[in-house]
Design a protein. Structure first.
Length: 128
């Protein structure tokens, strides 16, 4: 299957690539590309902070819960470009499992209490 991106999706992909080129240190890229797993915890936490400053730390989440509000294609392009660039992997347990359950079924108090910490990879949730 050949995916043909429209002009706005190509512009988004270019924005993500430019951000990654400008932001990711060579040593982080190198460690990722040679398969050093797990990526050093400090790299992952640093990366989450950088993404959080841009509002990109929870790529699949709706904007009202701390995500960027991207389309599914944009979230996929973001993750693909991050993987290709050697960015530290985001913790998927909180972002893909716990967070969506809370923002879909949680009470307002639960959402306020837990979602900000999950989206920014707070140590409250421990190593996943």
């Amino acid at each position: 299957m050949q995916l043909k991106l429209g002009p706005s999706d190509e512009a988004f992909r270019s924005q993500v690539r430019d951000f990654l080129r400008a932001t990711l240190p060579a040593e982080v890229r190198r460690r990722s590309h040679i398969g050093m797993h797990p990526v050093h915890d400090e790299d992952r936490r640093w990366w989450n902070r950088v993404l959080g400053e841009r509002g990109w730390s929870a790529p699949h989440w709706p904007k009202e819960y701390g995500g960027p509000g991207w389309t599914r294609l944009q979230a996929h392009l973001f993750e693909y470009e991050c993987r290709m660039a050697g960015a530290p992997e985001l913790r998927w347990q909180g972002l893909r499992l716990i967070g969506p359950v809370i923002y879909t079924f949680g009470t307002p108090a639960q959402k306020a209490r837990f979602l900000p910490d999950i989206s920014l990879d707070d140590p409250l949730f421990g190593p996943c």
